[in-house]
Design a protein around this ligand. Structure first.
Ligand code: COA
Length: 324
């Protein structure tokens, strides 16, 4: 028997304010047409003044709990993937813990930028399979609008705010790829690529939050190469291949990256959950948001084999193979 981390509930939350591409046209030398054709993004949500990452994360966590039919007291742990925590400390995970009324167990943040949800999911799966926790909430929540340079057209049009969450629960499996739950994970980072995507401020340097800086075409090149590679590696660890995949649920950064990765994996776009047009790049929130929306649309069903893949600042990248 193998202990597997099985998804019991999923949910998401988006801030009310929707920002269409056209809003950038009045103040920057850009166009709806450029943004759509280069990125696939049509709109994104921005948090309201005073609306924080932990507010978005708590709303998504409550939705996931309701979907699971569980209460906050049923959770043993809460892991939040974010790069835009409310404060330098305490962790935004503990703020979400408080907001949902979870007074026991433990909570912590994971920082792997856009790959954060995949890293957090791998950690949650390890906690469950090692018997350290039975039920783990994994949240991805971000307010990237707070670290954007709204004078830089090459970055500010790409990102959005939002949150998604899954509740994982221990279940005994046979130890084969037919089991439900997390079947394999594959994680990587390489700090030599720091300059490609970073925020130019921080506690121990500038004492400010800073703004996002990116060499977009370089990140693009690494993404296309590394995402298909890590997805293949995770599938191989699970004893599976691309032909077994029901859904790719990719990090939603750019439609051209999503399409190129699916093509390298030889998975048709009909089997890819795409939400980037509505959310932009919500960093660590993008995969759980896409899981929740994909389930809502009726795309993701019990028993489906899902591959999640993501890349972000660091660089960090990785993938998770999971049977829903
Ligand atoms: N509107 C109009 N023109 C823009 C623009 C915008 N919003 N942003 C950039 N441009 C311009 C550039 O200034 C450049 O102009 P120049 O040739 O006069 O210098 C031109 O478009 C081409 O820039 P380039 O960066 O080569 O374009 P691209 O095809 O690589 O597309 C990105 C730019 C950012 C969309 C693309 O590189 C990308 O998506 N990269 C990955 C980013 C990402 O997803 N990062 C997060 C990963 S977690």
């Amino acid at each position: 028997m193998t202990l597997r981390a099985v998804v019991r509930g999923v949910g998401h939350h988006l801030p009310a304010r929707v920002v269409p591409n056209s809003e950038f046209e009045s103040r920057l030398d850009t166009s709806d047409e450029w943004i759509r054709t280069r990125t696939g993004i049509e709109r994104r949500h921005f948090a309201a003044e005073g609306e924080t990452t932990s507010d978005l994360g708590a709303a998504a966590a409550r939705a996931a709990l309701a979907d699971a039919g569980l209460a906050a007291g049923d959770l043993d742990a809460l892991i939040l993937a974010t790069s835009t925590a409310d404060l330098t400390f305490p962790s935004a995970a503990t703020m979400i813990q408080d907001k949902i009324g979870m007074t026991g167990g433990f909570a912590f943040d994971v920082q792997a930028v856009c790959a954060g949800f995949v890293f957090a999911l791998a950690n949650a799966s390890a906690l469950i399979s090692s018997g350290q926790a039975r039920r783990v909430m994994v949240v991805g929540a971000e307010t990237f609008s707070r670290i954007l340079d709204f004078d830089d057209r090459s970055t500010c049009v790409l990102f959005g705010d939002g949150a998604g969450a899954v509740v994982l629960e221990a279940a005994e499996g046979e130890g084969t790829a037919r089991d439900r739950g997390v079947l394999a994970t594959d994680l990587h980072s390489d700090g030599r690529y720091r300059e490609l995507l970073y925020v130019d401020g921080g506690v121990s340097t500038t004492r400010t939050a800073g703004q996002l800086r990116m060499q977009g075409n370089q990140v693009f090149r690494h993404a296309v190469e590394k995402l298909a590679e890590t997805a293949h590696a995770a599938l191989e660890k699970a004893g599976l291949n691309s032909g077994d995949v029901d859904w790719i649920v990719p990090h939603q950064a750019n439609l051209r990256i999503i399409t190129a990765t699916a093509s390298r994996m030889q998975v048709p776009m009909e089997r890819v959950v795409v939400t980037v047009q509505d959310h932009g790049n919500t960093s660590a929130a993008s995969i759980p948001l896409a899981l929740s929306v994909g389930r809502e649309r009726g795309q993701i069903k019990r028993g489906d084999l899902i591959v999640m893949e993501a890349i972000g600042g660091g660089l960090t990248w990785g993938s998770v193979v999971l049977r829903w």
